[in-house]
Structures are given as structure tokens and as C-alpha cells.
Design a binder for this molecule. Structure first.
Ligand code: ASP
Length: 330
């Protein structure tokens, strides 16, 4: 039964609510979000992120560390021969060699990276070994391979039949145009916030298909393909590595979050820089795809990319979902 007192209370509340305009409501919402911690949470690029997130969630849901979660997560596409843009099964360079790039970063700014690494199925674990077992942060090419072998990693043939076939078809055409997928999966970048509130990230790829031998993209470069600042947030990237390196992409996204931008707005601003520089350099934006995903310390996340087709997977308390990123070229 509605008592007079309750009636007055609820009508008073209703009229107070009416006084709140749209922007005030948005602000109120923002404030509520600010205090809502969503953790643990893991985000990763493209639709193969769904499977990768499952492995990461196994770690995170048992109060495991974000660092262990991101390594376990990205190892899923790395080890899958049907995933043609990461690890085992990745497309080769124009000389027919599968060369892999990967990096990892933890909550204490420990970093490890490998570039142009051949014959090792899980470059992310080699990157982690560089981080934990050497005084260095990055090993490349044969040096990275020798280090991996010294750590007990097995030398394997990573070129699967389908990738070899595609490469041979590509060779028929003499135009040199390395391929980056605009609407399909490529690099896996993964960022996570664990139950203790710590952030980490990992990024791994076979890079642009049919690239020049020795070409390194953004994915193994800390600050470009991945960045983590445990006070602020984390970001990772996919798409044309050259464009991501040009703007030091993921470091930029994290710094924009430090200035108060939401993860999505930070990604959008970084994409705007790519757009602007592409115009300044008189290149065609239609040929370029760059996508960022970002997560802040509160567990808020977002993404933005140059053109449609990029998606990312988010696993939090509400389950594992694929989200289409908003994009610039409409
Ligand atoms: N960013 C990767 C590279 O440039 C490729 C990609 O994500 O599509 O090597």
C-alpha cells in the first residue's frame, strides 16, 4: 500500500529526477561507472580472441595473474595451424619463411620481445623468457632463435601446406604488395586486468603476409603494438604496423587515458592521428587498417579503428562477447 509519506517521497524523487537533464544524467552515469570496478577482465583482438579469452579466463577466474593469463591466452592462436596470421600456420614472408614477432609487458613495466623469430611455435613464451631471463628486452632473428633453443624450445617447421600454397599463388603476381587483412583476423593483442587489480598485455603475429624478409611490424615493439601502465591502463593494436609505429600507437593511447580520455576516446584520437598523417603523406586511407583496443585501471574498455570489419572479444563477469569496433571511414 502506498502511504502518504512514501507517495510524497516518490513524487519528490520523480520531480528531482525530472530536473536532471541529459548531460547531467550522462555525468551521473559516468560517476557511477567510475566507481564500478570490473575485474577480472580480458580483451583481445579479432574473433579468434574468443577462444584465446577462454584460456586467459581459466587463469583470471582462479585469481591468477594477468601476466600468466595473457600468455596462456595468446598461445591458443599461436598453436593453431588453421590460424594463418599468428604462430604455427602463419603466412610466410615473400621468401617463403615464417617469421614471428611478439612482445609481453607486465604490471611492473617488465618487458620482453622477439622479432623475426623463425621455427618456434610460441614466440610469446620466448618473449617472456627474454623478459625474465636476460638483462635485455628484445632479441631478433637468429639471436632470438639461438636463445630460444638454449631455453629448451623446440625447433619446428611452421609453414603449413595451406600457407605455402597461398604463398606460391601470391608469387605468380610480380607486384610487391604485402597483405594486411582489413576485415579478418591478424595479430592477436590481449590485455587483462586481474583480480588483484594488476594489468598486463601480450601481442603476437606472423606479421604482414608476404612481407620482405626481415620486416618487423609494430607487434613486438613496446609502445607501438602494446603498452601497459599499471597506474592508468593498457592498449594493444592490429593492422598496418608501419602506421602504428609512426604514431607510437599504444603508448599514445595510454597517455591519452592518463589525460582523462575514456578508452574508446583514446583509441579514437590515436586513429585520428593515423588519419591525419596519412592525408599529410598523400596516401590513400582506404588501403589502411589500424585498430586499437584499450582497457583502463577501472576495467572500462573501448576500441576504435580506421575502417569497418575490426572486432574484439571481451571476457568479464558477464561472459565472453565479440564486439564490433566503431570506425572512422563511414
Ligand atoms: N600489425 C601486424 C603487423 O604489421 C599485422 C596485423 O595486425 O595485421 O605486422
Amino acid at each position: 500500500m502506498t502511504t502518504r509519506r512514501n507517495f510524497i517521497k516518490s513524487t519528490a524523487f520523480a520531480s528531482a529526477a525530472l530536473l536532471i537533464n541529459k548531460s547531467e544524467a550522462a555525468e551521473l552515469n559516468l560517476k557511477q561507472n567510475e566507481t564500478t570496478l570490473s575485474k577480472p577482465i580480458v580483451l583481445s583482438t579479432w574473433n579468434f580472441g574468443l577462444k584465446a579469452n577462454e584460456a586467459a579466463w581459466e587463469v583470471l577466474s582462479k585469481n591468477g595473474k594477468a601476466l600468466d593469463a595473457v600468455e596462456a591466452g595468446v598461445k591458443v592462436p599461436e598453436g593453431d595451424p588453421t590460424e594463418r596470421s599468428v604462430g604455427y600456420g602463419g603466412r610466410p614472408d615473400r621468401d617463403g619463411r615464417v617469421t614471428l614477432d611478439a612482445c609481453i609487458m607486465d604490471e611492473n613495466a617488465n618487458i620482453g620481445s622477439v622479432a623475426c623469430l623463425e621455427h618456434i611455435k610460441h614466440p610469446i613464451s620466448v618473449a617472456r623468457a627474454v623478459m625474465e631471463k636476460t638483462p635485455h628486452v628484445m632479441l631478433v632473428g637468429d639471436g632470438a632463435l639461438q636463445f630460444a633453443l638454449s631455453q629448451g624450445f623446440q625447433k619446428e617447421n611452421l609453414l603449413v601446406e595451406d600457407s605455402e600454397k597461398e604463398w606460391k599463388e601470391w608469387l605468380q603476381n610480380t607486384n610487391y604488395k604485402p597483405i594486411v587483412n582489413i576485415e579478418n583476423h591478424d595479430t592477436i593483442g590481449m590485455i587483462a586486468l586481474d583480480a588483484s587489480g594488476n594489468l598486463s598485455g601480450a601481442c603476437t603475429t606472423s606479421g604482414m603476409a608476404f612481407k620482405m624478409h626481415g620486416r618487423v611490424g609494430d607487434s613486438p615493439i613496446i609502445g607501438a603494438g602494446l603498452y601497459v601502465d599499471n597506474e592508468i591502463g593498457a592498449a594493444t593494436a592490429t593492422g598496418h604496423g608501419e602506421e602504428v609505429i609512426r604514431i607510437a600507437g599504444c603508448h599514445l593511447v595510454v597517455e591519452l587515458m592518463r589525460q582523462g580520455k575514456s578508452p574508446e576516446d583514446a583509441c579514437k584520437e590515436a586513429v585520428n592521428r593515423v588519419v591525419k598523417l596519412t592525408a599529410n603523406r598523400k596516401k590513400n586511407l582506404k588501403d589502411i587498417q589500424v585498430g586499437f583496443i584499450a582497457l583502463n585501471k577501472k576495467g572500462e574498455y573501448g576500441s576504435y579503428c580506421v575502417q569497418s570489419g575490426f572486432n574484439y572479444a571481451v571476457y568479464d563477469g558477464k561472459g565472453n562477447n565479440l564486439i564490433d569496433a566503431d570506425y572512422h571511414l563511414k
